[in-house]
Structure formats: structure tokens, C-alpha cells
Design a protein around this ligand. Structure first.
Ligand SMILES: Nc1ncnc2c1ncn2[C@@H]1O[C@H](COP(=O)(O)OP(=O)(O)OP(=O)(O)O)[C@@H](O)[C@H]1O
Ligand SMILES: [Mg+2]
Length: 292
């Protein structure tokens, strides 16, 4: 095992996580028909930037997924109910078409600490899109169903918020969520480089762009890392695993490690970890859930 591989494994990212996340990417790029005798689980991640529906087998291996950009949730609050419902319905129909299976029930994500009344809105979004909502799970807890971190913190930096879950003995013992994510970064890049928000959103995914403009992004990452540092203060956290689309920006792990003083690693396919993990909290759907 190389030193780098050993370090990642020590921080909870092993071959199992690598393989699962490669399957999660393939599930989005090439969603496959699923035989009627395969029990499935369904998760819905209603994010600030992206909404994702993931279908896994009973063991949590991703089989098919669909995603779209939609501005329907802000800081964990559904502000455009009709829009959110239409987005989930559209993704459900696309996935049902691709898989040949009826996605009758699912678990849905919510940022930690969001008010119960907002959790109700998340339930209604699913139900108005024809999916029975069987569980509402906070984002970093969902992510840890994939990572299976025993000790440390899982940090989900998405489009709108930075969520932290402190894990002890494999159990989430504390959570926190504050505004601050990739949307903020795009605004800073757009302002700094004199371009539109949409241009910055696209350009920031490019590896060469990330390398060149990391100095512009560092203050944003330092602010997010400050949120994480406050969330883990008082707990003996010895490792941090980063998930969420914003963590695909190369270099963010070094900033979070410097500010928090805790070793930090980015999960593979960070944007897909929480959407995959939430499916683990849904019951299996058997062949009764086949399309009529
Ligand atoms: N390759 C990439 N490099 C940098 N940033 C990226 C990349 N891919 C996605 N992002 C950014 O990640 C953010 C979306 O991440 P994610 O899908 O985890 O958020 P979300 O779940 O919709 O939001 P939240 O969890 O805050 O409600 C966006 O700001 C997007 O621009
Ligand atoms: Mg998210």
C-alpha cells in the first residue's frame, strides 16, 4: 500500500468507498434497467443546487440515478414548492423509464438542524411527486452510511450550506449546519474575475481554472473551514472526510486541515456521497413495485 493510499484508508476512504462511488458515477451516466426480482432502495437528496434521486440494491450498491440543477431549496428550506415537486416528479419519471421499476417510496435528506416544519415540506414535495416519504435524514448522517466513518467528522459542503456531523464509535453524536457553500464561491469568483455567476459556476469545475484561481477561493474555504472548526470544537476529532460538490475544488482539503488543525481528506465523487447514502435509510421495494 502506498503512503498516500494508506493515509486515505486511515481516514476512512478505502477501496470499498472508491468502488461504490465509481458505481454511483456510472449509475448517473448510464442508468440501467433493473430486473423485477431485485429489491431496491430509493433516496432523494433535495439540495440547494442539485436534486438527485438514487436507486440502489438492498446492500446499497448504486444501480441508477438521475440529477438536475434546480433552485428550489435554499439553506434547507423549500422556497419553491411547485418547482421542487416538478423537479422530483421529472427525475422520478426519467428513472422509472430507465429502470422499468416503480419508485414507490424513498428517504429524503435535510440539512442538520432544520426546523421540523421544513422537514414536513420535504415530505410533501416527495408525496406530491408520487413518492411515499419513509424517512427524513440529515445530510452528513446520510453521507456516513457510505463512508462508515467510526471516529471523526463528516463535512458536507454543498451549494448552499456547510453541514458537519461528529461521529463517535460509528454513531453521529452532534450535527451543525450553517449557510455557506459553492454558490458563495461562484459569487466571489464572478466578482473577482468580472464574469457572470453562470460562467463562474461552469469554469470553477475545470482543473486548470482551480489551480490558477485557488488564491481567490481560499478566503471562501477559510470561512467554511471556520464553520467546521466551531462545529467540532469540544470534540476530539482526529479526522475529517469532506463530501458535497464544493469539495471537488482541488485544494479545499488543505485549507480545512490548516484552519481546523485536523487531517482532512476528500471523498471520491464528493457530490454523490450524500445522495447515495440517503437511500440506505429507505426500506427495500420488491417486485410489487414494478411498473404496471
Ligand atoms: N467539479 C466541481 N468543482 C467545483 N465545484 C463543484 C464541482 N461540481 C459541483 N460543484 C459545486 O458544488 C455545489 C453543489 O454541490 P452539491 O450538489 O453537493 O450541493 P447541494 O446538495 O445541491 O446543496 P446543499 O447540500 O448545500 O443544499 C455547487 O455550488 C456546484 O457549483
Ligand atoms: Mg447537499
Amino acid at each position: 500500500m502506498s503512503e498516500a493510499t494508506g493515509e486515505r484508508a486511515a481516514q476512512g476512504i478505502d477501496e470499498r468507498v472508491d468502488a461504490l462511488m465509481a458505481r454511483a458515477r456510472a449509475a448517473i451516466d448510464f442508468p440501467q434497467p433493473i430486473a423485477l426480482d431485485v429489491p431496491i432502495r430509493v433516496g432523494v437528496d433535495l439540495g440547494t443546487a442539485y436534486t438527485v434521486i438514487t436507486v440502489t440494491d438492498a446492500e446499497g450498491v448504486p444501480l441508477a440515478a438521475a440529477t438536475t440543477f434546480a433552485d428550489v431549496v435554499r439553506d434547507g428550506v423549500v422556497w419553491d414548492f411547485a418547482g421542487a415537486s416538478a423537479v422530483v416528479l421529472g427525475l422520478r419519471e426519467d428513472l422509472e423509464q430507465a429502470t422499468g421499476r416503480r419508485l414507490a417510496c424513498a428517504a429524503v435528506t435535510l440539512p442538520p438542524g432544520v426546523d421540523v416544519s421544513d422537514a414536513r415540506a420535504h415530505r410533501y414535495v416527495l408525496e406530491s411527486a408520487g413518492i411515499e416519504c419513509v424517512a427524513v435524514i440529515d445530510e452528513p448522517t446520510a453521507a456516513n452510511a457510505v463512508l462508515r466513518l467510526r471516529e471523526g467528522a463528516v463535512v458536507d459542503i454543498g451549494g448552499g450550506t456547510t453541514g458537519t456531523a461528529v461521529v463517535r464509535g460509528g454513531v453521529v453524536v452532534a450535527t451543525d449546519d450553517e449557510p455557506g457553500g459553492g454558490t458563495h464561491l461562484s459569487l466571489v469568483l464572478a466578482g473577482g474575475l468580472g464574469m457572470s455567476f453562470e460562467e463562474a459556476e461552469l469554469l470553477k469545475r475545470d482543473a486548470a481554472f482551480q489551480k490558477r484561481y485557488l488564491p481567490l477561493a481560499v478566503p471562501v474555504f477559510e470561512r467554511q473551514a471556520g464553520i467546521v472548526a466551531r462545529a467540532v470544537a469540544g470534540y476530539e476529532v482526529t479526522q475529517i472526510v469532506l463530501v458535497g460538490g464544493t469539495c471537488a475544488f482541488a485544494g479545499i482539503d488543505r485549507v480545512v486541515a490548516r484552519v481546523t488543525g485536523v487531517p482532512c481528506v476528500v471523498a471520491p465523487e464528493p457530490a454523490l456521497v450524500t445522495p447515495l447514502g440517503v437511500a440506505a435509510f429507505a426500506p427495500t421495494i420488491t417486485e410489487d413495485g414494478a411498473l404496471p
